[in-house]
Write a protein that binds this ligand. Structure first.
Ligand SMILES: [Zn+2]
Length: 226
C-alpha cells in the first residue's frame, strides 16, 4: 500500500510541461565552444511568442509524446550571428533541453511578404530545434545512423554526427511541422525530401524510445494524467 501511495505521489509530482518564455538578453551558455555574437534587436525584428506556441501545439498534435517531453524555449530579444556573417535563428542546449530562438534581422527579410515569411521561418526554426532535442533525448547514436542510412547517407568517413543530426532535425520539421501556403522548401539540397516511410520511422522510434526511457510517463498516460 505504501508503495502505491508513493508511486501516485511521484506521478503527480513530476512536472512534464514545456515552457515558452521571452527574455531580453542571451545568458552565458557554452555551445560546444562555437563563438556566437548577440546583438540588440529592434521591436520589429522580434519574433512572435504566439507563432512559437502555435507551432508547439501543432507539433504536439502530430506527435503526442511531445506533450510529455520536458523542455523550454527561450525567445531572446537579440539577433544571433556566427563568424560575423551568418544569421542564426535558433540554437539548442541539448544537455539541458533548452532552445533559444533569436530575432530575425530586418535586412534578411526585405519585401512586402515580410511578416508572413518571418512567421514561416519562426515556425520552421522552432520545429527544427525541437527535432534536435528529441533526437538527443530519445534516440541513440546508432538509431540516428540507421535513419541516416535509410535516407541514403553514407556513413563511411563520417567524422561526427553533425550531418546525420541536421538531416534528422530538418526531416522532423518538414514532416511534423505546420504546413503553410508558402512552404519552406526541404532545407537540405543533398537529400530528397522525406516521405511517409520516414514519418512512420520517426514517429515509431521517438514514441517507443520515449516510453522506454521514461516508463513513468507511460503509467501516467495509462492513468489519464497530464
Ligand atoms: Zn540544426
Amino acid at each position: 500500500m505504501g508503495k502505491i501511495i508513493m508511486l501516485i505521489c511521484l506521478l503527480f509530482m513530476v512536472p512534464t510541461d514545456m515552457e515558452v518564455a521571452e527574455i531580453e538578453k542571451m545568458p552565458e551558455v557554452n555551445f560546444y565552444g562555437i563563438d556566437y555574437q548577440f546583438i540588440e534587436a529592434s521591436a520589429d525584428e522580434a519574433i512572435s511568442k504566439d507563432t512559437v506556441l502555435n507551432e508547439v501545439y501543432w507539433l504536439q498534435e502530430s506527435l503526442p509524446i511531445l506533450q510529455r517531453v520536458n523542455y523550454s524555449i527561450h525567445i531572446v530579444n537579440e539577433k544571433c550571428i556566427r563568424d560575423s556573417t551568418t544569421t542564426i535563428l535558433g540554437l539548442s542546449d541539448l544537455d539541458n533541453m533548452e532552445i533559444y530562438m533569436f530575432a530575425t534581422p530586418d535586412d534578411m527579410i526585405d519585401n512586402k511578404c515580410a511578416n508572413y515569411i518571418k512567421m514561416v521561418a519562426t515556425e520552421h526554426t522552432a520545429a527544427h530545434e525541437i527535432g534536435h532535442l528529441l533526437r538527443h533525448d530519445i534516440l541513440s547514436d546508432e538509431a540516428l545512423l540507421n535513419y541516416y542510412k535509410m535516407r541514403g547517407g553514407g556513413i563511411e568517413g563520417l567524422d561526427s554526427l553533425t550531418e546525420p543530426d541536421e538531416v534528422f532535425a530538418e526531416d522532423f520539421a518538414y514532416l511534423f511541422g505546420s504546413p503553410n501556403a508558402f512552404p519552406v522548401n526541404f532545407g537540405n539540397i543533398l537529400f530528397e525530401a522525406p516521405g511517409e516511410k520516414e514519418k512512420e520511422w520517426i514517429a515509431n522510434n521517438l514514441t517507443l524510445g520515449f516510453y522506454e526511457k521514461y516508463p513513468l510517463e507511460q503509467m501516467r498516460e495509462a492513468m489519464g494524467l497530464p
